[in-house]
Design a protein around this ligand. Structure first.
Ligand code: SIN
Ligand code: MN
Length: 293
């Protein structure tokens, strides 16, 4: 899928593109059916909501679940990003965020690249998220909130929040959020919130400031996020476990467009469990590790 000139301009100005109904319900069903079994697993890669059993984030399902391994190679998700970067991409992070009915907690205001820079030493912003809705997303079940154009600010000041939720995050403080929202149009468009049926897709810049509120509705809001990084921009440090920040920088090879509905062979390297190495971390940049070895 090639992005049009208008889409490229819109992405440049607003920092995101929304594709309602990019996948069919039938295509999404193959993925949704897998989620309860994945969330039931008592594994490090399932991060639960604070003090609760509901899963907040499942990491790296593309390494051990066939339907998600196929999604991770889907041309409708991968090609627009290759197009924007004019380079091949690898999978930096893969997550299935639950935001379960009545249980899903907030994601505070943040930029993803802030975390990728501070924790993973990713050199530049040449990485981005492609999100896909497994459930319908409406104004009640905690949709993503964006501040349009905020990606133009580059990396903004953030503090490492280790206490609010069960997932540590570099978050942006309220004063700066208020300024950014005002600059983006205040009540007239200063916050955007793409909503739509299951199968809708959002592509957003790694410096776009975003958040989501809790889900008090009776409807799950399960979404999958592929964080794709240009191969030349791979991370330089393994401070976070491998199931959160991947260490295989091989370019993704896309499957055919019908891959969610048909069987295609895919590697599932972690299908028998996480290797011990995936839990090992180091604060030393890995080119220094190599020199020391
Ligand atoms: C994220 O920002 O990584 C997740 C936000 C959400 O799922 O609402
Ligand atoms: Mn994020």
């Amino acid at each position: 899928m090639k992005l049009s000139k208008e889409q490229l301009e819109q992405f440049d100005g607003e920092g995101y593109l929304f594709f309602p109904g990019q996948f069919t319900r039938e295509e999404m069903q193959a993925l949704t059916d897998e989620v309860p079994e994945l969330y039931d697993r008592r594994e490090a890669y399932n991060v639960r909501e604070k003090g609760r059993d509901a899963v907040r984030t499942n990491f790296a399902a593309h390494m051990y679940s066939k339907p998600f391994a196929k999604l991770a190679r889907h041309p409708r998700m991968i090609r627009p990003v290759m197009d924007l970067f004019d380079e091949e991409v690898y999978m930096h992070q893969f997550k299935i965020n639950g935001k379960m009915a009545f249980e899903g907690d907030v994601w505070q205001w943040h930029q993803d690249y802030g975390t990728w820079l501070n924790d993973d030493m990713m050199p530049t912003e040449r990485a981005m998220n492609v999100a896909i809705f497994l459930d319908d997303v409406n104004e009640y079940n905690g949709p993503l909130l964006f501040i349009p154009g905020s990606h133009k600010k580059g990396v903004v000041e953030a503090r490492h929040d280790l206490t609010t939720t069960s997932y540590p995050l570099w978050t942006v403080d309220n004063d700066l959020i208020a300024q950014l929202v005002q600059r983006a149009g205040g009540k007239e468009g200063g916050i955007a919130s793409p909503k739509g049926p299951a199968g809708s897709m959002i592509l957003f810049h790694s410096c776009l400031v975003h958040a989501s509120s809790s889900n008090l509705s009776p409807w799950n809001r399960v979404s999958v996020y592929l964080s794709l990084c240009a191969v030349s921009n791979h991370i330089r440090r393994f401070k976070r476990p491998e199931f959160i920040a991947h260490r295989d920088f091989t370019a993704i090879e896309c499957l055919p467009d019908d891959c969610l509905l048909k069987d295609y062979p895919v590697d599932l390297p972690w299908k028998d469990g996480l290797p011990a190495s995936a839990l090992q971390t180091s604060t030393v940049p890995f080119d220094e590790m190599k020199k020391a070895a």
